[in-house]
Design a protein around this ligand. Sequence first.
Ligand code: 2DT
Ligand code: MG
Length: 217
Amino acid sequence: SDVPQSVRGTLIVVEGLDKAGKSTQCARLVENLQKRGRKVHHLRFPDRTTPIGKMINSYLKGESQLDDHAIHLLFSANRWEVASNVRSAINAGIDVVIDRYYYSGVVYSAAKDIPNLTVEWASWPEIGLPRCDICLFLSISTEEAGKRGGYGSEKYELREMQDRVRTLFGELVNNNQEDFVVIDAGKTAEEVENCILEGVSACLQRVSDGATLREVT
Ligand code: 2DT
Ligand code: MG
């Protein structure tokens, strides 16, 4: 309640591997921001409710098959279809908390190891999207992820894929250090929640000091 509402909202992204606790932490973050009197929208990608999202959902569930480039572009289109809403919310002073964003988009597709589906290729369709003010990367070891009940049966929930995703996320975090705060997601939910709040508070301050909303370049 002692944190002033800045002129614009803040774009906050939570990323990480499957089982890192993103959903729980996004929900807690949204609540914590609301408790401070802020208006918050909570999004997640893929958004499986739209027509494009339904195609993605059916692909992930193994109910349909799509070329790897085609599904990549659908994931990106699923962000573009709400990009102007995200921008409007931010401009209206509303914070937007997003569970997975273009980083997952790049990393999961590139992790498939298709000859021409490189990180560079995968990044192109994301250019111009509203860029996050902060990306909280929930870092979790393969062992700890394994202890959390194993993976489900969706398309990318395979150990080999997860290992490549881990490696690529590591590279992405190193190459975009100004966007990322790495959080040890092996800690308790309360500890993780507090680390996230610390990172977010610093980010809210930067925004209220005048940091403008950028685009992905
Ligand atoms: P969830 O388990 O979070 O619903 O994600 N993915 C996600 C991509 O391959 N590209 C993307 O652009 C996004 C946002 C990550 C389902 C899977 O979809 C992957 C896991
Ligand atoms: Mg999942």
